[in-house]
Design a protein around this ligand. Structure first.
Ligand code: NAP
Length: 301
């Protein structure tokens, strides 16, 4: 048996089409400001692609770029300015921030009504109460991917690997809200495989390359792989059974792996996301959706 592939690009395109359609009906362009401090190359790419996608869909995407040495106080003043700017609907601060700036303070300073990443404690609280809010984009994207399979979440046993504030915890809250029986695992969980084998829906968000093996997966399960782990030639032997990844590694000197051993788990699972092309494309799509939601809610308030 080989699992059905969950095509993240196709599901993300559907979300983007919904976003573009609702913007066309609004009569104004919601605006998103992506704040970046410093020159982290990955952050540069993320912020640029978020602003570009916003423009593509009919939002106004801006990048607010500040030097590495910017003080925490100055950044907080910028956030205040964006909070007060009536033209700004969504604010996101690209993480990580330079070490001298406390990310938590900066996130706490964002107006919850403009917090399109869904990281502000107020929005986190609403999410855990099961009330409408701006939900974190990656787990919200995972929900859309699970829904795209048609496998019911209600009543399913969902196992979430990882308890981070940006993926694991909100993922668990969203699955619970949809009436799954939820188990959260983390680095102290005993006999991980015994728990994961019970999962009808398994979400892996741990950041450990191909830790989830076929023996850990219940036959027919929906497997969502959030992990993004770039590995080098030292992994050649570990992924020798995966012809596609081995070819890419030989060609490029590095390759992107998920937390799930895709080549083997696909023989057991019912549904599975690839890496790349699974969860990744959903995150930006859900960010755009949150920006439209924030714009509508704020302008109605
Ligand atoms: P994180 O903050 O490092 O959290 C990792 C979690 O995994 C922690 O809760 C940790 O447990 C748990 N863990 C680590 N090793 C484990 C093990 N051997 N067994 C069981 N649990 C283990 O990571 P994150 O920010 O949630 O990200 C997770 C992965 O998703 C990363 O690869 C990241 O790059 C990727 N990601 C992808 C997207 C996307 O858009 N596709 C977005 C966000 C993140 P403890 O709490 O006990 O330490």
């Amino acid at each position: 048996m080989s699992a059905n592939l969950i095509d993240g690009k196709a599901v993300a395109k559907r979300v983007e089409d919904e976003v573009a359609a609702s913007i066309a009906q609004l009569g104004y362009q919601p605006s998103l400001v992506a704040v970046r401090v410093g020159n982290d190359p990955a952050s540069e790419i993320y912020v640029r692609s978020k602003a570009k996608k916003a423009d593509e869909l009919g939002l106004r995407g801006h990048q607010a770029i500040f030097p590495e040495e910017m003080s925490e106080r100055d950044l907080l003043a910028e956030i205040d300015r964006l909070n007060a700017d009536r033209e700004v609907d969504g604010i996101l601060v690209q993480l990580p921030l330079p070490k001298h700036i406390e990310a938590r303070k900066v996130i706490d300073a964002i107006d919850p009504a403009k917090d399109v990443d869904g990281f502000h404690p107020y929005n986190v609280g609403l999410l855990h109460l099961g009330r409408p809010t701006l939900a974190p984009c990656t787990p919200a994207g995972c929900i859309r991917l699970i829904e795209s399979t048609g496998v019911p979440i209600s009543g399913a046993h969902a196992v979430v690997l990882g308890r981070s504030d940006i993926v694991g915890k909100p993922m668990a809250a969203m699955l619970l809200q949809r009436h799954a029986t939820v188990t959260i695992c983390h680095s102290r969980t005993r006999d991980l495989a015994a728990v994961t084998r019970q999962a009808d829906i398994l979400v892996a968000a741990i950041g450990k390359p191909i830790l989830v093996t076929a023996e850990m997966v219940k036959p027919g399960a929906v497997v969502i792989d959030v992990g993004m782990n770039r590995v080098d030639a030292s992994f050649a032997e570990t992924i020798a059974h995966d012809a596609d990844k081995s070819r890419l590694l030989a060609k490029n000197g590095s390759v992107l792996l998920g937390d799930v051993d895709f080549a083997r788990v696909r023989e057991v699972a019912g549904w599975i996301t690839p890496v790349p092309g699974g969860v990744g494309p959903m995150t930006i799509a859900m960010l755009m959706k949150n920006t439209v939601t924030a714009a509508i809610a704020r302008r109605r308030a």
